[in-house]
Ligand binder design. Structure first.
Ligand SMILES: Cc1cc2nc3c(=O)[nH]c(=O)nc-3n(C[C@H](O)[C@H](O)[C@H](O)COP(=O)(O)OP(=O)(O)OC[C@H]3O[C@@H](n4cnc5c(N)ncnc54)[C@H](O)[C@@H]3O)c2cc1C
Ligand code: FES
Length: 274
């Protein structure tokens, strides 16, 4: 599982987003849009889930934000280095069909995750409108690539440093108020996906989100990625990661994803470990 290519897509105030091409024929052979891998950087490390952004017959591409210990360790690897392990493809693939007109909404590093889905919807004959959002210009990724697979694109930054100032859901609300769309697909921070669900509910538009619940084993055994959907318990790793947006218990998911946030001590030690 050798790293064949490495590229820093953005580096904003020390937060990097990195794209890597990794030799993983066992995953590449079967991967479909919407699926993910879990990988281990070293034998002693934890496994983390990352979306399969692209694939060819032998390799996959992943894009990750250096958010904490494992993604920072991954970012330290270079071309020629090898990962300890990759398991996948995992999760249900996206149901790709012709809905007519679709809107794809990506926020932050979620933009990496919408790319394979936007491309597949376009190839299936849909009219694809893509909405991209980032906190600031320096954090925006894959604009050119998504332009290439979209009929229409809207880019927004929270601080107005690039393109239009505002949130993805502002553009979504405007589009839905003017036209009918067959479905909306969204990946991004939980508050954004929650708001997407609220906006599309207003217009009765079918909406799918890909959830970033915290995962441990990613095989349905530990229960860490538990989410409530339509009042029923689901495991994101084996039942998802995609679910109907309006059926997700967003407040519970928000609480569960914050479980490891209070770790100032750990963060203080991070630089020493690295
Ligand atoms: C199905 C799936 C696909 C994903 N695809 C991508 C992707 O393509 N690119 C990408 O950059 N990230 C993706 N993520 C999120 C990624 O797994 C986390 O950023 C990573 O596990 C953080 O590990 P860490 O050790 O670097 O950070 P930690 O030190 O473990 O955490 C750093 C911060 O990230 C948060 N975090 C930890 N785990 C997750 C998680 N699973 N989801 C969201 N936030 C988390 C923590 O609460 C903390 O605030 C995906 C998550 C899932 C569940
Ligand atoms: S990550 Fe353990 S059940 Fe999903």
């Amino acid at each position: 599982m050798k790293i064949l290519e490495k590229e820093v897509l953005s580096d904003y105030q020390g937060t990097r987003v990195v794209r890597m091409k990794v030799f993983a024929p066992h995953v590449a052979a079967k991967a479909r849009p919407g699926q993910f891998v879990t990988l281990m950087v070293s034998e002693e490390g934890e496994r983390i889930p990352l979306t399969i952004v692209e694939r060819d017959s032998e390799c996959i591409k992943i894009i990750f934000q250096e958010a904490g210990l494992t993604t920072k360790l991954l970012g330290k690897l270079n071309i020629g280095d090898s990962l300890y392990a990759i398991a996948g493809p995992l999760g249900h693939p996206t149901e790709i069909k012709n809905y007519g007109k679709v809107i794809i909404v990506g926020g932050g590093v979620g933009i990496a995750e919408i790319y394979p889905v936007a491309r597949a919807f376009k190839e299936a004959g849909n009219h694809v409108t893509t909405i991209l959002g980032a906190r600031t210009k320096g954090l925006l990724i894959l604009e050119k690539e998504l332009k290439g697979v979209s009929n229409e694109i809207h880019v927004l930054t929270d601080d107005g440093s690039y393109s239009r100032k505002g949130f993805t859901t502002d553009a979504l609300d405007e589009l839905l108020s003017k036209d009918k769309y067959g479905m909306v697909y969204s990946v991004g921070p939980i508050p954004m996906m929650k708001r997407v669900a609220q906006v599309t509910k207003k217009y009765g538009t079918f909406t799918i989100v890909s959830l970033n619940a915290i995962m441990v084993d990613a095989t349905g055994m530990c229960g860490c990625c538990r989410v409530t959907v339509d009042g029923k318990t689901k495991f994101s790793c084996v039942d998802g990661p995609e679910f109907p947006a309006q059926a997700v218990d967003w407040d519970e998911l928000t609480k569960r994803n914050r479980v490891y946030e209070q770790k100032e001590k750990h963060l203080c030690n991070l630089n020493k470990i690295l």
